[in-house]
Design a protein around this ligand. Structure first.
Ligand SMILES: C[S@@+](CC[C@H](N)C(=O)[O-])C[C@H]1O[C@@H](n2cnc3c(N)ncnc32)[C@H](O)[C@@H]1O
Length: 184
């Protein structure tokens, strides 16, 4: 009986992750430290006063790295999947104890307004990026930036593209509004 309960306790979170992956189309695969380091090197030195959104923040690693890189900015991670979000909440609490302004919300990226964004980061699949494009075009303010890991914003022209030195040579795309939008 005890073994069965332990088995179920381990199985329920796994099933929850699988259900969320099927719903959102994206598994909670974390970006690697090498990819995060390359992204940080591509980003500008200052984004003071801006809000940074991590769309689909998973277990929270990238949002924590962003909060450390920009300690004066508000960083908001948005994640639908329960277990990764719970873990990221704990990481957020730890980061706040060291002075960071980092919040993780269990919220859908499509229902969250992005009008205050200075930077939006995403590691999401192509169909999600295609769905996000009109939202970005309507909501992102002039001068804001979008950084995408592996999956580009379709039809947008990056101001910078670089390849990380990880196993997959992950491409990172950096966009700037409105320069990257061919029509608006
Ligand atoms: C590949 S993971 C990226 C994790 C994190 N950004 C990182 O770099 O470590 C993508 C995450 O996006 C989340 N996601 C996908 N669609 C979403 C949506 N519509 N709203 C909120 N989260 C979403 C998934 O649950 C998944 O955890």
């Amino acid at each position: 009986m005890t073994l069965f309960l332990i088995f179920m306790a381990a199985l329920v979170p796994v099933i929850a992750i699988v259900i969320h992956t099927l719903l959102t189309g994206s598994p909670p695969t974390p970006s690697s430290p090498k990819v995060q380091a390359k992204l940080m090197a591509m980003l500008p030195d200052a984004l003071d006063g801006s809000v940074i959104y991590e769309l689909g923040s998973g277990w929270g690693g990238l949002a924590v790295a962003l909060s450390k890189r920009y300690p004066r900015c508000r960083v908001i991670g948005l994640e639908r999947s329960h277990l990764p979000w719970l873990i990221s909440r704990m990481r957020g609490a730890l980061r706040r104890r060291h002075g960071g302004d980092l919040t993780f919300l269990r919220q859908d990226i499509f229902t969250t307004p992005l009008h205050e964004a200075g930077l939006v980061c995403c590691y999401l699949l192509s169909p999600t990026m295609e769905k996000l494009r009109p939202k970005f075009q309507h909501e992102l303010p002039h001068g804001s930036r979008v950084a995408c890991l592996n999956f580009a914003v379709p039809h947008w022209k990056p101001v910078q593209t670089q390849q990380a030195t990880d196993l997959y040579a992950t491409k990172i795309y950096l966009y700037r509004v409105p320069d990257s939008i061919p029509y608006r």
